[in-house]
Design a protein around this ligand. Sequence first.
Ligand SMILES: Nc1nc2c(ncn2[C@@H]2O[C@H](COP(=O)(O)OP(=O)(O)O)[C@@H](O)[C@H]2O)c(=O)[nH]1
Ligand SMILES: [Mg+2]
Ligand SMILES: [Zn+2]
Length: 397
Amino acid sequence: MGRKHRKGKKKIRVSFRKKKEQKGPREDWTRKYKELGDDVGDVPTWETVRAKGERSRRRTIIVDADADLDQETAPLAQATDEKGTWIRGRVLEVIGARALVEGEDGQVYVCAVSGVLRSVAIDERSSVVAGDLVAVRLAEGAVSGPDIREPQGMIERVEPRRTMLTRAYRGKEQVVAANVDQVVVVVTPADPPLKLNLLDRYLVAAGQGNLDAVICLNKVDLAELDEFVSILGLYAQLGYQTVATSATTGFGLERLKHLLSGKISVLAGQSGVGKSSLINALQPGLNLRTREVSKATGHGRHTTTVTRLYKWHFGGWVVDTPGIRQFSLWNVKPEELEGYFVEFRPYVPYCRFPSCTHTHEQGCAVKRAVARGEIDAARYQRYCNLYFGEEEKFEEE
Ligand SMILES: Nc1nc2c(ncn2[C@@H]2O[C@H](COP(=O)(O)OP(=O)(O)O)[C@@H](O)[C@H]2O)c(=O)[nH]1
Ligand SMILES: [Mg+2]
Ligand SMILES: [Zn+2]
């Protein structure tokens, strides 16, 4: 089933490498690299780090549709210079000074993090995190395998992070995962009952983290699908990707697969909605850590969990992490909420008061839109509840 995409070819855009830009403190490294100036060393010639602002010349090439590629990077497996053999890779997990990196060659290498990288990081823990795209210098005769004791390579570079999941750790902001593309918010029509306020809260959190959101309504076998089509329809109209699934019957799993394919996703949702079941149904044997395992340790279930990327056989990764509720992006200020209720956006500029909270004000264009039926009244009500800090306790895995 997962092989379905194999036949197709697709067009992708890749960057030309510009020789001239290889020298000197590169605009496109993150600030911490800039501070190092020229001492960062020679950038491997195949380096393709690119800043948001940098204009890159691009060309379109045709590749196998199921080739495991990151659209930001040119497909290139490895290169050799006087310093050794370099590969690009994706960090799957970091434990202490030891990182698991999946190279573009598909092999997993145990790597160390270079002292330079560690010393420039504001917080040592965040110098390299799961999801990072890195350049690794492999030792001579490097052996792949996740359980090798000695590091087989050195992580020398980290590409700028597109997105970051962070959390407060000992009073500091700690990055726990980088380059996550999307949050799949899993909800259920029953068992546990549908909580749209919680769904909206997740969507706000995703928006704040600059992540796309996919809404997955699981356990549709427990209810008449018709009843929920309107709910998914509302969110689809707002521009979210939606999918109705049943991990039990297999309904909707192909579409879910399609939505996950080629991306780094994090599954979020209340405990019991079927996140683990969905992952197992998509890929039996993935063996994500389960709640039971962490329960066995007895304490600190969320804080001690290491974030890890697991690879889908159909392409892309799933992040196994403490729920996103643990992350700082959960703490949205009430006045920022309006920005994440996407349907408010066209109306907000027309409110009488620039500081309008869209809750009680006269001349509020958002309220007017609700009255005219242009904004869903129930969703508006949930906005108000969130604004006033109505928070329901729930358990998230
Ligand atoms: N009827 C039904 N039950 C499901 C479905 N998906 C999961 N479950 C059940 O819901 C319970 C919680 O599932 P689990 O995957 O542990 O949820 P998690 O806490 O989100 O990881 C388990 O008993 C599953 O068997 C589904 O699509 N339909
Ligand atoms: Mg679970
Ligand atoms: Zn208003």
